[in-house]
Design a protein around this ligand. Structure first.
Ligand SMILES: NC(=O)c1ccc[n+]([C@@H]2O[C@H](COP(=O)([O-])OP(=O)(O)OC[C@H]3O[C@@H](n4cnc5c(N)ncnc54)[C@H](O)[C@@H]3O)[C@@H](O)[C@H]2O)c1
Length: 267
């Protein structure tokens, strides 16, 4: 028996990238999946692939930053698939901009999708989870929430807000058998990353990561599946970096990089 047999997961931003891989991973582990994305075609494609795996799935087009749309999303998910056991707050946007040039609109867009979206989806899903006294909420934060990011002030602040919300939910929802955790990815090779960084920055970035490579989407899905497991019930309120060791290395990465360059790759 797969560990998520009989369970239902709702994954936001599941049309492509990390979210799509998470949805497929949870389906392979036995869960039925409510796939939602602001792009309807992408959501439908992921839902079709989940049906091919042999699980039930619905495709839904929702903007997570719209409160009413999120209420309709969770109502539809419960009406069609019966309940929500697992929520993955993955939908996200990113755009690099120096702090002094950041516009009001860009600032508000980041807070809207990441913070409001995570709050709206988590509250609506937790209301259903609390009826059965069981739930797993997993948010995709970022290492930008744990370090001072460059040209990503709004993104980093919004992702740090998500981490704060996770800790608050972990405490308040514990009474209802619901855990809340976050995965904080380092740079993961997706369309979002390629669009946020110029090509030369993107290609150079791996040299500044202890693991000497960008992460792949499956590595984030693996961490999400860990938190989603029924066996992870005593883990709540944590922010797990999945970043090739970057947060741990901190400023020492400068010296590691210098030695690697001096020694032709080895340190
Ligand atoms: N790729 C990285 O390096 C990286 C690093 C750290 C954190 N993250 C986070 O991981 C998550 C997924 O990122 P990705 O790299 O797969 O990006 P992506 O752009 O490939 O996928 C994001 C998905 O979210 C959807 N989306 C955007 N705004 C939405 C909204 N308002 N409502 C519903 N859906 C919406 C998009 O349509 C898209 O399908 C994001 O939260 C991102 O911030 C990514």
């Amino acid at each position: 028996m797969a560990q998520l047999d009989g369970q239902v997961a709702l994954v936001t931003g599941a049309g492509r990238g990390i979210g799509r891989t998470i949805a497929l991973q949870l389906a392979r582990e036995g869960a039925d999946i409510a796939v939602t994305d602001i792009n309807e075609d992408w959501a439908q494609e992921t839902a079709r692939d989940i049906t091919d795996i042999g699980r039930k799935s619905i495709a839904n087009c929702t903007d997570v930053g719209d409160y009413d749309q999120v209420q309709a999303l969770t109502a539809q998910s419960v009406a069609t698939l019966g309940k929500i056991d697992i929520l993955v707050n993955n939908a996200g946007i990113s755009k690099a901009r120096p702090f002094l040039e950041l516009t009001k609109e860009e600032w508000e867009a980041q807070l809207r999708v990441h913070m409001s979206g995570t709050f709206y989806c988590s509250q609506a899903a937790a209301r259903d989870m609390s009826r059965r006294g069981y739930g797993r909420i997993i948010c995709i934060s970022s290492v930008a929430a744990l370090m001072g990011p460059i040209d990503l002030a709004a993104y980093g602040a919004a992702k740090a807000g998500v981490a704060g919300l996770v800790r608050a939910m972990a405490l308040e929802l514990a009474d209802h058998g619901i855990t809340a955790n976050a995965v904080a990815p380092g740079p993961i090779d997706t369309e979002l990353l390629r669009s946020a960084w110029p090509k030369e920055v993107y290609e150079e970035r791996a040299n500044h990561i202890p693991a000497q490579r960008l992460g792949i989407v499956d590595e984030i899905a693996h961490a999400v599946a860990f938190f989603a497991s029924p066996e992870s019930g005593y883990i709540s309120g944590t922010i797990l970096p999945v970043d090739g060791g970057s947060v741990a290395a901190g400023a020492y990465m400068v010296e590691k990089y210098r030695r690697r360059k001096a020694n032709g790759g080895a340190s």
